[in-house]
Ligand binder design. Structure first.
Ligand SMILES: CC(=O)N[C@H]1[C@@H](OP(=O)(O)OP(=O)(O)OC[C@H]2O[C@@H](n3ccc(=O)[nH]c3=O)[C@H](O)[C@@H]2O)O[C@H](CO)[C@@H](O)[C@@H]1O[C@H](C)C(=O)N[C@@H](C)C(=O)N[C@H](CCC(=O)O)C(=O)O
Ligand SMILES: Nc1ncnc2c1ncn2[C@@H]1O[C@H](COP(=O)(O)OP(=O)(O)OP(=O)(O)O)[C@@H](O)[C@H]1O
Ligand SMILES: N[C@H](CCC[C@H](N)C(=O)O)C(=O)O
Ligand SMILES: [Mg+2]
Length: 485
């Protein structure tokens, strides 16, 4: 491909060399650069890509996109100085793949909790409505019927545009994608043409990366700020930041709520282990998903489908048959009636939500036993809070390891223990080995009791010092609980 064609839409601050030259592929990782590639020097959280420029030229790079021009030794190489390399990567990745987001309807879902659930249900719904559809999510990506493993909630611009290209080539009409706050801050979604944006809620998370709640909020809001006026922006106005998201958007604004008047409204009429009953937009509908927070997710899905001009009754009929996303309030019932729930809740708010949901629907006499850990190399401030929330809402809590990554899991557990009040100490035990922790919970449980295994949801691994060992909460639960059928 010609370098000059890839530069369409890029503001160049300084150019050394020619742009009428053929280049091979785009790369932001020096380790992957080969002959005739374009290398993007990005200043990251750990390394500075500018330090690898010379190395990439040795490997054959013919164009360098950077924020600071290096010393120029090779006149056969084209150097392009830009204001922001990450933004430029987004624009050029779009050009490289033929800007696929222009050729389907791309809907982004953002917020602290609910993105995977909303995106996955939308994907299933639109497939059931008869459309070829794509999904980009934490759990997995789909190009219509083909699964593509997910590495991030929102992939980097090259992977993202490659996926969208495959979706367009496969004839997809829609793509539902999660937009993480990291992706917004790092410009992974730059240059994409969204037809709609959905906001779920905003609570404490990722403050290790964003530092303050305000900058986290701004990252989420920045997604809505760049939506075009042809797009819709659908927000949850029961969340106190719901309207803030839409303050500066050019998109047309739509709202959903359970507690007040909104464009899309619902009321919970029944909430039990057999499902949710909602009065939604004046229709009485039964849903298989459980828990009041899922009423919000269903409402976001319903609103999106209506804004995408789908038929109301058809949407509600299909939605009422759907199950949620893997590892999100995923439950089994054992032969002797112990209920085991695997949930991805890994923030204080999500843990509270899940346990609150369990509290809403339990009968009252049974015990709730929670197994919970916190990830290493992630926001440390949430550790004591998650333990505290777990204790406040459970009869027994087993503190254990999640993905320790490069941290010592015993230290993570001790940081969680710091949040356990003296009165709650008696109901808490710490078992470092997560498998043993789950086994212990199963042994402690009697008929009718509810076990919650929180934090890892769909994950099929446990990451310890860069190595991912097979680990599956649900598999262990199934082994231990001997399901009814
Ligand atoms: C904190 C974070 O988001 N990091 C992402 C970021 O890496 P970084 O900025 O730390 O990169 P870096 O290591 O400092 O390197 C800077 C640049 O130098 C380059 N480099 C580096 C070394 C080298 O030898 N040669 C070289 O060229 C790198 O390729 C990079 O371009 O850019 C990388 C490339 O896109 C991502 O893979 C990486 O995601 C890491 C693995 C990660 O774990 N991210 C998580 C936190 C994340 O993004 N999570 C959100 C969801 C969160 C949620 O909502 O739950 C997600 O969207 O998945
Ligand atoms: N609308 C909601 N409000 C609050 N909590 C929710 C909501 N939806 C789901 N949850 C809880 O939050 C957890 C994460 O849900 P989900 O995976 O759908 O969110 P996410 O935004 O994709 O999260 P992540 O950023 O970690 O990928 C679930 O396991 C569930 O317990
Ligand atoms: N997408 C989130 C998931 C965290 C899940 C939890 N199991 C953990 O490892 O902390 C992250 O990478 O921060
Ligand atoms: Mg997700």
């Amino acid at each position: 491909m010609q370098l000059q064609d890839l530069l369409y839409g890029v503001t160049i601050k300084e150019l050394v060399g020619r742009t009428d030259r053929e280049v091979n592929t785009l790369n932001f990782d020096s380790r992957k650069v080969t002959e005739n590639d374009v290398f993007f020097a990005i200043t990251g959280t750990v390394a500075d890509g500018h330090l690898f420029i010379e190395q990439t030229i040795v490997q054959g790079a013919k164009a360098i996109i950077c924020e600071n021009l290096p010393e120029i030794n090779d006149f056969d190489v084209t150097y392009i100085k830009v204001e922001n390399t990450s933004i430029t990567l987004g624009i050029m990745a779009g050009n490289f793949y033929g800007n696929p987001s222009n050729d389907l309807k791309l809907i982004g879902i953002t917020g602290t909790n609910g993105k995977t659930t909303i995106a996955t249900i939308l994907f299933k719904l639109f497939k059931d409505l008869g459309y070829k559809t794509g999904l980009i999510s934490t759990v997995e990506n789909y190009v219509n019927n083909v699964v593509v493993a997910a590495t991030h909630t929102t992939p980097n611009p090259l992977a993202l545009n490659a996926l969208l290209r495959d979706m367009v080539d496969a004839g997809c009409d829609y793509c539902f994608m999660e937009v993480s706050s990291h992706a917004v801050s790092q410009h992974r979604i730059e240059g994409l043409n969204f037809s709609g944006g959905v906001f779920s809620n905003l609570t404490h998370d990722h403050l290790d990366f964003h530092k303050t709640f305000d900058s986290y909020l701004k990252a989420k809001k920045a997604f809505f700020d760049v939506l075009p006026k042809t797009a819709f922006a659908l927000t949850n106005i029961d969340d106190k930041n719901g309207m803030v998201m839409l303050q500066n958007t050019k998109a047309y604004k739509k709202t959903y709520a359970l507690k007040q008047l909104a464009d899309f409204k619902a009321k919970i009429t029944e909430n039990g282990f057999s499902g949710l009953h909602l009065d939604i937009d004046n229709e009485d509908v039964y849903f298989k998903l459980i828990g009041s927070f899922n009423a919000y997710n269903l409402l976001a899905v319903y609103g999106t489908a209506i804004l995408l001009e789908q038929d109301k009754l058809k949407v509600l009929t299909l939605l009422s048959r759907l199950t949620g996303a893997e590892g999100r309030f995923d439950y089994i019932v054992s032969a002797d009636k112990v209920i085991g729930i695997v949930d991805y809740a890994h923030t204080p708010d999500a843990v509270q939500n899940v346990l609150g949901t369990i509290a809403d629907i339990r009968k009252g006499t049974e015990q709730v036993i929670t197994v919970i850990g916190c990830g290493g190399d992630r926001d440390k401030t949430k550790r004591p809070v998650m333990a505290q929330v777990a204790c406040d809402w459970s009869d027994k809590v087993i503190l254990t390891s999640d993905n320790p990554r490069t941290e010592d899991p015993a230290v993570i557990i001790s940081e969680m223990e710091a949040g356990v009040s003296p009165t709650n100490k008696r109901k808490t035990i710490s078992i470092l080995d997560r498998r043993e922790a789950i086994k212990t919970a199963c042994h402690l449980a009697k008929s009718g009791d509810i076990i919650l295994i929180a934090g890892k949801g769909h994950e099929k691994y446990q990451e310890i010092n860069g190595v991912r060992n097979h680990f599956d909460d649900k598999e262990i639960l199934l082994e231990q609980l001997n399901p009814a059928s």
